[in-house]
Structures are given as structure tokens and as C-alpha cells.
Design a protein around this ligand. Structure first.
Ligand code: F0G
Length: 370
């Protein structure tokens, strides 16, 4: 079997999307990301467990945002718009800038000054967006974007644009298509809370059409310093090294709570230390390099596993663990590690500077002679 042609999520799932049959897709062939087995993570979780990483960092601009952006920009073109605008912690701006370039539209992005990862800034600039770095956080940026797009003819492409979530729900479709079922648990980082909402929408849609017979538990994780949903109030000054999810007042707050409650899952938080530990573990034990915010899903899984959550909550559930079937867990890795070279270098061993000789290398490593 050779490689199958893949024309992006609109071509693959058009009948599930609110789009006319003849509307041309603005696409960079996003989606169809791999579900990578994670045996080292599974060993940490326990026996009879399968863990898969839905590696969304392998989308065209390096994050899951491309699934939503192909829909938002396609619909913007369908509606006759010639400009898009978003607030962003980085990935949305990178994706909006790329898809706007593809569509020949102009793009304005508003980012929190000093708090976006370098790769994301480079992307937005390189794709030709007009980038404003505001003296404020993401929540301030989103407030400005809501105001401007309400008053002027420019399409808002944050996830409050309903087409964004429609596109992003295809991540759930792909997981079901590959596994032939839903996972038992779906772990996902939570920032503005759009993606957990979109995945839940996708799972429910497949379920209501009879394509899967049950639903997963949605397990969302915020960063401790930016955990408004967990704390039950807006966080005025969100702080976390996972800048992608440095958000104090998520737009899809209520929808995320509904996903949690309807699925019998949780929205909880992980510390920056737990995020960094999972970030390093994935890179060093699984060979998978994601950005810090993405590692919040695996940090949450490891935290819950170590607290005995699965033996308590899953042992008695139907068809799972107890009956001998493997417990299946999917963690979404939302963005690629190359987005954030600064944190990668900070949390890795430093290069060793040496003279350009064999002996200098051999002083630092022990190798067996041939
Ligand atoms: N992971 C990454 C890498 C992200 O960039 C984001 C959000 C999230 C997780 C959280 O997803 O907001 O749907 O709950 N990034 C947005 C942005 C806010 O502007 O790029 P969410």
C-alpha cells in the first residue's frame, strides 16, 4: 500500500461541515496527523494501558489551529471578506497569517508583547501579517479584536468564530477513524477552551450518527497560574511558562464546562514543573517534541495516574480495564516543539564547547573501541 492522497480536512469531511458543496477550500492540506503510540507514557500509567499521542504539531503551521483556520478562512472568502483578524498567544496568529496569505487576504494579529514563543512570531511576520504587540495579555488582545471586528469589515478568526470549532472537531473524527472507536479518556490542554469544546462536539457528532458506540471522558488541563475554570473565577494576571495557554478569561469557558460535565471528565490544573517534566519526558523517552503547553495533556495524565485515578475510576466501568480490554487514552499534543526554541534550550543540557579534535570529544564520552 502506497501513500494515500490527502487534500485537507474540508475535502475529507465536507459532509460533516457547514460548507456548500461547491465552495473551494482554502487549504494547506492540514489534518491527517498521526496517532503515535506512547509506550513509555503507558508504562508510567500502568498495566493494560495504551496511550496515543495525537501529534497536531505536524500540521502545516505546526499546530492544531490549521484545522479551524482552513474552515474560518474558506468561509470568510465564501462570504466575500478580504481581511481577517485575531488575538493570539502565537499559534492562532501563525495559522491565520498563513491561511490569509494562501487566500490573498490581509491579516491583522494582536499578541501580548513579550509573551509569545519566537517561532510563532517568526511565522506571523514571515507570512506578512500586520502584527501588533500590545502592552497587555491575551484577554486584552481579544477584547480589542472583538471591538474592532464588530465595528469594521474584517473577519474575526479566533475560536469564537463558530467555523473554527467546526474545523477543529475533525481531530476527533480522525481519532475515531483510526482507532475504530473512541478512546476511554481524552486528555487535552485548555487555554481559551475552544479545542476541548471542538473535540467533544466531534465525538458527539460521530456518536449521534452511530459511527461510534460510546463517548470518551474529556480530561482538560490548565496551567496552575492560568486556571480560571478550575478556580471558578477570572484570573486577572495569568502566568505560566506555557505561554500558549496563558489565558485568564477563556472565551469558551461555559462550553468547556459542558464538555467536562456531559462526558463525566474533569478540568484540572498542572504546575509549570509538571508541564516541564512531561515536556522533557516526551522528548527524551518517546522522541516526540511538542511545545510546553501541549505537554500539559500528558502532565495531567501522569498526575492522575500517579494519584491512582484510573484504578479508582476505571476498574468498575463497563467493557474497560477490569474485563481485560486495554484502557485506551489519547493525549492531544497541540503544537510542535520547534515553535518555542527558547524553552527547549532552557530545559535541556547545554552543548559542550570543545576544540575541534577527537580527543576533546573523548574526554566527555565513554565509547567502546571497535
Ligand atoms: N495548545 C497550544 C499549543 C495552543 O496554542 C493553545 C491555544 C492551546 C493549547 C489551548 O487551546 O485555546 O482551544 O483551549 N492557543 C491560542 C492561540 C489561544 O492564540 O494560539 P484552546
Amino acid at each position: 500500500m502506497g501513500a494515500a492522497r490527502w487534500d485537507g480536512i474540508i475535502a475529507a469531511y465536507r459532509e460533516f461541515l457547514p460548507i456548500r458543496p461547491d465552495t473551494p477550500a482554502v487549504t494547506l492540506n492540514e489534518g491527517n496527523t498521526p496517532l503515535i503510540p506512547a509506550p513509555a507514557v503507558a508504562r508510567e500509567v500502568g498495566p493494560n494501558v495504551e496511550v496515543f499521542l495525537k501529534f497536531e504539531g505536524l500540521n502545516p503551521t505546526g499546530s492544531f489551529k490549521d484545522r479551524g483556520m482552513t474552515m474560518a478562512v474558506t468561509k470568510a472568502v465564501e462570504e466575500g471578506s478580504n481581511a481577517v483578524m485575531c488575538a493570539s498567544t502565537g499559534n492562532t496568529s501563525a495559522s491565520a497569517a498563513a491561511y490569509a496569505a494562501r487566500a490573498g487576504m490581509s491579516c491583522i494579529v494582536i499578541i501580548p508583547d513579550g509573551n509569545i514563543a519566537l517561532g510563532k512570531l517568526a511565522q506571523a511576520l514571515m507570512h506578512g501579517a500586520k502584527v501588533f504587540a500590545v502592552a497587555g495579555n491575551f484577554d486584552d488582545a481579544l477584547r480589542i479584536v472583538r471591538e474592532v471586528t464588530a465595528q469594521f469589515k474584517i473577519t474575526l478568526v479566533n475560536s469564537i468564530n463558530p467555523y473554527r470549532l467546526q474545523g477543529q472537531k475533525t481531530g476527533a473524527f480522525e481519532i475515531c477513524d483510526v482507532l475504530g472507536d473512541v478512546p476511554d479518556y481524552h486528555f487535552i490542554p485548555v487555554g481559551n477552551a475552544g479545542n476541548i469544546t471542538a473535540y467533544w462536539m466531534g465525538y458527539k457528532e460521530y456518536h449521534s450518527m452511530g459511527l461510534v458506540q460510546r463517548l470518551p471522558k474529556m480530561m482538560g488541563f490548565q496551567a496552575e497560574g492560568a486556571a480560571p475554570i478550575v478556580r471558578g473565577h477570572v484570573v486577572e494576571k495569568p502566568e505560566t511558562l506555557a505561554t500558549a495557554i496563558r489565558i485568564g478569561n477563556p472565551a469558551s469557558w461555559k462550553l468547556a464546562e459542558a464538555a467536562r460535565d456531559e462526558s463525566g471528565g474533569v478540568i484540572d490544573m498542572v504546575s509549570d514543573e509538571e508541564i516541564v517534566a512531561a515536556y522533557q519526558f516526551l522528548a527524551q523517552q518517546e522522541g516526540v517534541f511538542c511545545e510546553p503547553a501541549s505537554a500539559a495533556s500528558v502532565a495531567g495524565l501522569l498526575k492522575y495516574a500517579r494519584a491512582g485515578y484510573f484504578s479508582k475510576h476505571h476498574a468498575t466501568s463497563v467493557g474497560g480495564y477490569a474485563s481485560g480490554a486495554k484502557l485506551r487514552i489519547v493525549c492531544v499534543l497541540t503544537g510542535h516543539g520547534l515553535k518555542d526554541p527558547k524553552n527547549a534550550i532552557e530545559f535541556s543540557p547545554k552543548p559542550i564547547s570543545v576544540p575541534a579534535t577527537v580527543d576533546a570529544i573523548l574526554e566527555h564520552v565513554t565509547l567502546e573501541r571497535r
